[in-house]
Ligand binder design. Structure first.
Ligand code: AMP
Ligand code: MG
Length: 403
């Protein structure tokens, strides 16, 4: 059986083989968060486009503004003001952050280091040439490439695109992910379940995880544990970029997902992973499309999505697979787990840096969504370990939506 690292690697390897050009769309820069860029973005002019003051103070010739000197202030320049005049020797101009310094200026002295007396400004420290303004063109040259295809657009990348006037961006279309739950007991979330029925919460969590991972969820509802229903809904799902099923992959008599996928000539790359929860997860390719069968217990579904489906979405979108969001912490309570599989235990982490502490929550196993709603991460207990003590270092996989 594969370890979770090997299984993840398998997903990355298979999707990398298939990585090709993506269908693109034009997206307004303000709406492009989480898209993957499919064009080059260049500067339209030099940045900054003028010598820009970075402090409120006085524009000077540094040689004039030494400690004890007093210079006549001849005016003021606000951000946005058109600056045409040159600075005269033995004078200074009041200037605001973001304003263009007059030509000749080689320093801006912070207002905090001056005293004003009518027209006269007295300097308390030696001005240093080059201080407190940014030279035209020093951040980027005109025509310089700033963003390239395959880059994921976060808030900083969007701000940069906006700054250089890229109001619309050519982006890879978000991968369309068909979500199909399975189970005779599953009913829609807006219906009243009978005593032995369960609302379809997995479709909701999967859609949220698809969005977080940069995909577009296509909800196909639920298939009954019957081969004909499974087969026809799987066929529908295979029309999208990726199909994710929940439930029906364990060893029970009515766990038919793998059987049906096999009959549809799916090539399987794994059909179990040495993890808990989530051991029965399957991954394969049916025709041209990749398929995941995730176990139906809600926490298993969530964990296996993060481990295996999220990197597939990165690659389908034309980006690199992101690293698992794993950080180091110290255990706040001792742990005893069965060795042989890697455990992912719902936990709560608090504190900063070396003081970061994590405590595993009490839970009733992989169906316990209420425990997970109090968790902001999972403690990863390696397969070889049985006992961990208070203060022991552990790896923690954070919930993407909580950090
Ligand atoms: P399965 O993987 O089909 O054996 O399902 C395991 C457990 O997860 C069962 O208790 C199911 O009722 C529950 N389950 C399966 N699918 C869903 C779903 N879509 N939403 C919520 N719970 C589910
Ligand atoms: Mg089932």
């Amino acid at each position: 059986m594969l370890t979770y690292e090997q299984a993840r690697q398998k997903v990355i390897e298979k999707l990398t083989e298939k990585k090709g050009p993506r269908v693109t769309e034009q997206v307004r820069v303000g709406e492009a968060l989480g898209f993957v860029l499919a064009q080059v973005v260049k500067t339209d002019r030099e940045y900054p486009p003028f010598n820009r003051a970075t402090r409120d103070g006085y524009a000077v010739f540094a040689a004039d503004a030494q400690a004890g000197a007093a210079l006549k202030c001849t005016g003021e320049i606000k951000a946005g003001d058109r600056v045409t005049k040159e600075l005269w020797a033995e004078t200074c101009v009041q200037i605001m952050t973001g304003a263009a310094v007059p030509s000749g200026t080689d320093a801006v002295v912070m207002i905090e280091h001056t005293k004003r007396d009518g027209d006269l400004v007295r300097f308390e420290r030696d001005a240093v040439s080059g201080q407190n303004f940014v030279q035209r063109g020093s951040e980027a040259r005109a025509g310089q490439t700033l963003l390239t295809p395959g880059m994921r657009l976060g808030y900083a990348e969007l701000a940069l695109a906006a700054q250089v006037g890229a109001a619309e961006l050519k982006c890879a279309q978000k991968p369309r992910v068909a979500i199909l739950s399975t189970g005779d007991e599953i009913v829609p979330v807006d219906s009243l379940p009978g005593r032995f029925q369960i609302r379809n919460s997995n479709s909701v969590s999967l859609a949220a995880q698809v969005r977080l991972a940069g995909g577009k969820p296509i909800l196909l509802g639920n298939a009954m544990d019957r081969e004909d229903d499974l087969q026809s809904k799987i066929r529908r799902g295979l029309q999208e970029d990726l199909l994710v099923l929940s439930g029906g992959v364990s060893m029970g008599k009515y766990d038919l997902v793998e059987k049906v996928l096999k009959e549809m000539e799916t090539e399987f790359y794994f059909d179990a992973v040495a993890i808990r929860p989530g051991k029965p997860a399957v991954f394969g390719k049916c025709g041209e499309k990749f398929v995941f069968g995730l176990p139906g217990n809600p926490v298993s579904t969530m964990v296996t999505f993060e481990l295996f489906v999220a990197p597939a979405l990165d690659l389908l979108a034309g980006a690199e697979a992101r690293e698992l969001p794993v950080v180091a912490a110290r255990l706040g309570e001792a742990l005893h787990e069965k060795p042989g599989v890697t455990h992912f235990l719902p936990a709560h982490m608090g504190g900063q840096g070396a003081g970061r502490e994590v405590k595993v929550l009490k839970w009733q196993g992989s169906g316990d969504v209420s425990a997970l709603s109090r968790a902001n991460c999972f403690v990863i207990v390696p397969a070889a370990l049985e006992n961990l003590g208070v203060g022991d270092p552990v790896e923690v996989m954070v919930r993407r939506d909580m950090f």
